[in-house]
Ligand binder design. Sequence first.
Ligand SMILES: Nc1ncnc2c1ncn2[C@@H]1O[C@H](COP(=O)(O)OP(=O)(O)OP(=O)(O)O)[C@@H](O)[C@H]1O
Ligand SMILES: [Mg+2]
Length: 373
Amino acid sequence: MKTIGIIGGGQLGKMMVQAAKTLGFTVVVLDPFPNSPAGQVADREITGSLADPVKLRELVTQCDFTTYDIEHIETSELIRLADEGHIIRPDPRVLAMTQDKLTQKQRLQDFGLAVPAFVKLESREAQEFRAFGLPLVQKTRKGGYDGKGVLLMRSEADFAKALPGDSMLERCVDIDLELAVMTVRGADGEVRSYPTVEMTFDSRCNALDTVIVPARISPELDAAAQKLARQCIDALGGVGIFGVEMFLDKQGRLSVNEVAPRPHNSGHYTIEACVTSQFEQHIRAVAGLPLGDCSQIRATVSMNLLGEPGFSGVPVVRGLEESLALPGVHFHLYGKPETRPLRKMGHVTVTAAKLDDALRIADQVKAVLKIEA
Ligand SMILES: Nc1ncnc2c1ncn2[C@@H]1O[C@H](COP(=O)(O)OP(=O)(O)OP(=O)(O)O)[C@@H](O)[C@H]1O
Ligand SMILES: [Mg+2]
């Protein structure tokens, strides 16, 4: 049987491993820490930095296909390995361009796709922020996740909080709704996409909170979001699944926030609510297999389980029995050894025949299910 390598052993890697194992693959995971969430369920784990060319080579050369669960990886060695003929998907050149928010936005803009106005930040001096105009969003070009590396500046008082490192400035969008479309390209070039989802964010940390599927939007807007997602992955290229995050502004205009070249938090619901999960779909694409059916079977609401503020240490789950007693509740705990305030520790997906029922049950779960220590 063929072997799949996954660079990064977080929760996305874990769910990829589970899908790959079901399909019969042997899986090897590279992560900086032993016993990572993905390492716990993989056949083998290699412990090492995702920036270490020696470890990356060790992984790739023992696998038939390699992919990644995170975009913050050193790409030069991966590009060399791809040039030597190893199959790495999505292509590491696509990763190199996408992992930098500025070069990704430039690419999308070059393809004529709607993105919020942006500039490269040069000096981090007050004058530069002022010239761009407030309110604005400062984003670090590389390494951000879950809202870390994103700073909203409303007034001049915020200039002092400017994020360090290479960054860009973006026009602050007057957001009505945030949407996402998981889109996959197979090795044969076929493109398919999942339903448009509606996302809400946790105001405490800007991290994704709840995903509602299908999004409660008009068929016209849905069609526009689906089209835009496809155009994005045409612009970026590469084989595998991509999470396309979008804004709908108060004037009803769609724009692209960012594209993640991997399974995405907004697609976790596909495990229970779609014919083929985003993780299986990604593995199929990476391994050159035919793509699966993206259709949704049940209405669904999924929500992240973030570590409760005030608790750090070995995670303790509160309210699990009450939650699992409710119909259609699926609980996922990632196996992270320690909880920290607002760390993503797991998620819950609620499926139901009708969206209103899923929303009601999700509220009941939210009231009782907590990750403490
Ligand atoms: N230009 C913008 N205008 C208004 N709000 C924005 C803008 N850019 C980002 N945001 C808000 O910040 C959130 C996080 O931004 P972004 O997706 O760029 O960061 P991230 O840390 O890479 O995200 P992720 O949570 O996907 O890992 C967005 O989902 C949105 O709520
Ligand atoms: Mg994002």
